[in-house]
Design a protein around this ligand. Structure first.
Ligand code: ZN
Length: 325
């Protein structure tokens, strides 16, 4: 804590994800309050970076105005590449113009407290390490499956960011050389198969051959189904939905096996949609077992993340608190 940071200071955490902006206040003990979730659709349309920046500044100002304790710092998690040294968001899907704005500087000027920008999956990883299922675990991989597939890597008890902060992009590991083009410019990345959108796409393709699934009812009534509908159908025992979740887990498990062989991990944490975790976890572990050294696999425990969708906000708050020390 800096000499100016009072002991009762609280920290603002913001988590920008594909569909929502979540925000909240963390106190020194990690308690979350003032939690707020606003819808947001930057994956669907090309949002102006300036508009997004202004929205984040507004949310922060509104939350801070409600505080009855001093603000000690601000942390924000972004779904893209954040340069850890310059604190610039350098690449974000569908909001490329955000990279032209020094939003970090604007936050520092507006609030006059330490401000930390981080990849949002890294922020969630920090929360799981501090308050979730990976407490006191030295070497683990946190994998989050949702609108993208992201990961946070902790080795020797420290979040590993690589040279500039771009490490952990597990969703862009290559699993199919002939696969679909990916938003990153490559082809056949894990995300082109296992992101929520692509799970829906693959399920549609499969439904053309298999009309027995409850999901074919959506098509009959000319309605779209979502990733959440597939998860619900799988929980209700629908064979096709179960198959799709299982196959998705197997693709992720292939990549996780590589990580286990490479890093001799002691834990893999599966995060993302809370209802999907119990479906994906066994499939990921099965495939990882098939494809990694038995000795390395037996060192590795597989768990579902204990924190839910508030993890990114809590992690951003923790990072802000660490920056204020
Ligand atoms: Zn990619």
């Amino acid at each position: 804590m800096t000499s100016e940071t009072p002991s009762n200071a609280v920290y603002l955490g913001i988590d920008l994800s594909s569909r929502h902006i979540r925000s909240g206040i963390i106190d020194a003990a990690g308690n979350l309050s003032n939690f707020r979730r606003e819808p947001h659709h930057f994956y669907r349309s090309n949002i102006d970076g300036r508009a997004l920046a202004d929205r984040l500044l507004t949310i922060a100002k509104q939350t801070v105005a409600e505080l009855d304790a001093p603000l000690g710092g601000i942390g924000i998690g972004f779904p893209g590449l954040v340069n850890h040294t310059t604190q610039r968001v350098v690449r974000m899907p569908n909001t490329p113009s955000l990279a032209e704005i020094d939003l970090h500087q604007e936050f520092v000027e507006a609030f006059n407290v330490p401000v930390v920008f981080e990849n949002n999956t890294n922020a969630a990883t920090v929360a799981e390490m501090k308050f979730g299922g990976a407490q006191n675990v030295g070497d683990f991989l946190y994998v989050r499956i949702g609108h993208g597939v992201g990961a946070g890597l902790v080795l020797d008890g420290r979040l590993r960011r690589g040279k500039s902060g771009y490490a952990g992009e597990i969703g862009h590991m290559n699993v199919d050389p002939e696969g679909l083009e990916c938003s990153c410019g490559s082809r056949g990345c894990l995300e082109t198969i296992c992101s929520a959108h692509n799970i829906v796409r693959r399920t549609h393709a499969r439904l053309e051959r298999d009309k027995t699934s409850v999901l074919s009812e959506f098509e009959k009534h000319d309605k779209d189904f979502t990733y959440d509908d597939i998860i619900e159908a799988a929980h209700n025992g629908d064979d096709l939905a179960l198959l799709m979740m299982n196959r998705t887990g197997h693709f992720i498990g292939m990549v996780v096996a590589d990580m286990i062989n490479m890093l001799n991990l002691s834990m893999v944490v599966v995060a993302g949609n809370t209802a999907a975790r119990s479906l994906l976890l066994p499939a990921i572990a099965d495939e990882a077992k098939r494809r990694s050294f038995a000795e390395a696999y037996s060192d590795c425990e597989f768990i579902a993340a204990q924190l839910a969708s508030e993890a990114g906000v809590i992690g951003a708050g923790i990072l802000a608190q660490q920056a204020a020390r």
